[in-house]
Design a protein around this ligand. Structure first.
Ligand SMILES: *Cc1c(COP(=O)(O)O)cnc(C)c1O
Length: 494
């Protein structure tokens, strides 16, 4: 099984090539030519297995050319630092509703599941492609991805990681998380500008042919860790299987019984991983796409028209403040079936910010199980309050958007089948928004908010956040956008 580009299926590469390149040469995204299939017996056998074993089983099917033992070792290395033995534990809320807590990793958010694994996949892909250079990852971040990438790549042999963040454009906690990062192969720089300036600067570095050539002569190849890389998507498929296995173990479902997943969505990566789980045999009925007030995906899934020409809203679930959901391209190719048509829609998106897939494809996507709901700021805050008052559970704002969507779906359809809501961040990561949603007074800076939320809820601040205030700052540099390339090259070759 090879991997093809969503925009030109005659570009074929293997799994290692797809991971190493990230993006296809034509700008498309790599997808597997065939979707593997798990039998009911294989899924039933996952019940009671440790997370790492399930992850290795799922990954070996979605990354042909990587063997089971190798992947089991990577999973062990990637997930050993999680603070829960189940890695992604289920929390029962009652009434056939569970949260799947994806925030037990080093940065307290779900991107750890993919970014703790990707460095091992990348380093192995370099070797499988017969090369021996160092992979240097460059990331522009609005906060969370940068820290998750730093934590994942820190001290992984054969890799280096450089992160740019907008100076003054990230929260106190996010900045502290990044500038205190340990590891001999890491670099963090502030950029005098906003996130777009940082991202534009990184894109310029990637497209600078002369710079690439100078680095290559020094044995360094640049790569990106962004969410369109197949090496980030594949590890996310595993936790859908792990969730079902936990429900089987708990006797909450019988093998084969179909369940719903509700997924707080931004770039469409997480929910697409759920679609791959469904297509590969996991008994899933609905994939409920939950958006915040930036509801471009809700509109798309309901109307077939994707239109990013709308105001960009800042919400308390910032990781879902996205108007271009890159991974949707994979769904259009998978369900629509045409590379040329996918390429045409992506060109319309680039040129006009809009495309219309038509009612027929919209209906086929719905028939594949997709439903869509959104929650505005007031609904999100209300869900946080009610979930705490009625179920004693602190749901972060992203998770609350998911819970609100799940409730809307149940109300509209009357369906009460088991539903797992993906919980994508620790509430302590968004302590200020949690406090205001819970009707508590504002707490000063981010660290004071952590303490206040802990006092309010009686829950401990997670260790990775609790220790931050006292950690020494290692990276104080701030550069102008025009100096990003030079500073990064100097660091890479030193
Ligand atoms: C990135 C992120 C999301 C959205 O995930 P996508 O894969 O982009 O859909 C949701 N919640 C949190 C906390 C995130 O960091």
């Amino acid at each position: 099984m090879g991997f093809v580009s969503t925009r030109d299926a005659s570009h074929v590469t293997d799994a290692a090539g797809a991971v190493l390149r990230g993006l296809a040469p034509d700008g498309g995204l790599f997808v597997p030519q065939e979707i593997p299939a798990f039998t009911a017996e294989e899924i039933a056998a996952m019940a009671g297995e440790p997370y790492n074993a399930i992850a290795a089983r799922v990954l070996e099917r979605f990354l042909p050319g990587f063997d089971h033992g190798e992947l089991a070792g990577f999973a062990e290395a990637a997930y050993s630092g999680f603070d829960d033995p189940a890695v992604t534990p289920l929390h029962a809320l009652g009434g056939g509703l569970w949260t799947l807590e994806l925030f037990h990793g080093p940065t307290c958010a779900f991107k750890d599941l993919a970014l703790q694994m990707l460095p091992y996949l990348l380093a192995a892909s370099v070797k499988k492609c017969g090369e021996d250079h160092t992979v240097a990852i460059l990331v522009a971040t609005s906060g969370d991805t940068g820290k998750a990438a730093l934590a994942g790549f820190s001290d992984v042999p054969g890799t280096k990681i450089g992160v740019f963040y907008p100076d003054g454009g990230v929260s106190d906690i996010q900045r502290a998380q990044m500038v205190t990062q340990e590891g001999a192969n890491v670099q963090v720089l502030g950029v005098r500008g906003n996130f777009d300036d940082a991202q534009t600067g990184v894109k310029q570095i990637f497209s600078d042919g002369a710079l690439s050539e100078r680095l290559r002569r020094r044995g360094i190849v640049l790569s990106s860790a962004n969410s369109i890389n197949w090496g980030r998507l594949a590890p996310q498929i595993a936790y859908y299987y792990a969730a079902y296995a936990q429900l089987l173990t708990a006797g909450a479902v019988r093998m084969g019984e179909r369940i719903d997943f509700t997924v707080p969505t931004g770039n469409f990566g997480d929910i697409l991983a759920g679609y791959y789980a469904k297509r590969s045999g996991l008994p899933v009925e609905r994939l409920i796409c939950a958006s915040n007030a930036n509801n471009v995906l809700t509109d798309f899934l309901r109307t077939g028209v994707y239109d990013k020409n709308r105001p960009f809203l800042l919400t308390m679930s910032p990781s879902m403040d996205i108007l271009v959901s890159s991974n949707l391209e994979r769904l259009l190719y998978l369900v629509g079936g045409s590379d040329a048509q996918t390429a045409a829609w992506m060109e319309q998106l680039r040129a006009a910010g809009r495309y219309d897939v038509g009612a027929a494809l919209r209906d086929r996507i719905a028939a594949e199980g997709f439903a869509a709901y959104c929650a505005d700021e007031a609904q999100t805050a209300q869900t946080i309050r009610e979930t705490w008052a009625e179920r004693g559970y602190l749901a972060d704002p992203h998770t609350a958007v998911g819970l609100c969507a799940a409730a809307q779906h149940r109300r509209r359809t009357g369906d009460d089948r088991p539903c797992v809501v993906l919980s994508t961040a620790s509430p302590f990561k968004f302590a200020g928004s949690m406090l205001s949603s819970l009707g508590q007074p504002a707490a000063g800076d981010g660290f004071a908010a952590l303490r206040a939320l802990s006092a309010f809820s009686g829950q401990d601040v997670p260790a990775p956040l609790a220790g931050l205030e006292d950690k020494p700052e290692r990276f104080c540099g701030v550069v102008a956008p025009a100096a990003m390339s030079e500073s990064m090259e100097k660091w890479l070759v030193e």
